[in-house]
Design a protein. Structure first.
Lengths: 114, 111
């Protein structure tokens, strides 16, 4: 157990809908990163939040957005869902420290878009 | 896009045997990390090796890093059925917090 929790565990949506995924980071961690993992692939970096500010973004369109709250929990929002958005969404928390950045992952939210 | 490739894509061994998986990457890195993932669930951090280190051990795990070849290997000794999982390498570039993952190796350890 990493202490990182995500909700919901599973979610089924239809094309065009919007979804919000939630993540609670490990106690003491100030950085949250979100990753998308398609079936059979490695996780792909979506974005990262550090002290409530976006701190880097991967190659994802603007309909992927996020928030980080003062308690360092985070949300991932995806608008106008597409079939290809079906994936496992992982959040990871870490303590910003140049040179070392082990990230502690939650169990993930499996999103299915029909 | 993925940072690089892992080799082999899949590996099937018997309990007690050693498992070796390799990872190649493309850019300069600050450190390289190995993660395990069971059945499409969350990733578990196994070991981190800095760019100025060549070898690191943790229990039954041994990781090597060759920055001149931009490659790393993970050795699991005396494997157990519970080691069955997917293994990913991930690189972190200097000054950035994001991790760039490889494509993964699926390891099956049979009793």
């Amino acid at each position: 157990e990493t202490g990182v929790t995500q909700s919901p565990t599973h979610l089924i949506k239809t094309r065009g809908q919007q979804v919000t995924l939630r993540c609670s980071s490990q106690s003491g961690h100030n950085t949250v990163s979100w990753y998308q993992q398609a079936l059979g692939q490695g996780p792909q970096f979506i974005f990262q939040y550090y002290r409530e500010e976006e701190n880097g973004r991967g190659n994802f369109p603007p309909r992927f957005s996020g928030l980080q709250f003062p308690n360092y929990s985070s949300e991932l929002n995806v608008n106008a869902l597409e079939l290809d958005d079906s994936a496992l969404y992982l959040c990871a928390s870490s303590l910003a420290d140049r040179g070392r950045n082990e990230q502690f992952f939650g169990p993930g939210t499996r999103l299915t878009v029909l | 896009s993925q940072q690089g490739e892992e080799d082999p894509q899949a590996l099937s061994i018997q309990e007690g045997e050693n498992a070796t998986m390799n990872c190649s990457y493309k850019t300069s890195i600050n450190n390289l990390q190995w993660y395990r993932q069971n059945s499409g669930r969350g990733l578990v951090h196994l070991i981190l090796i800095r760019s100025n280190e060549r070898e690191k051990h943790s229990g039954r795990l041994r990781v090597t890093l060759d920055t001149s070849k931009k490659s790393s290997s993970l050795l699991i000794t005396a494997s157990r059925a519970a080691d069955t999982a997917s293994y990913f390498c991930a690189t972190a570039e200097t000054g950035f917090q994001k991790l760039v993952f490889g494509t993964g190796t699926r390891l099956l350890v049979s009793p």
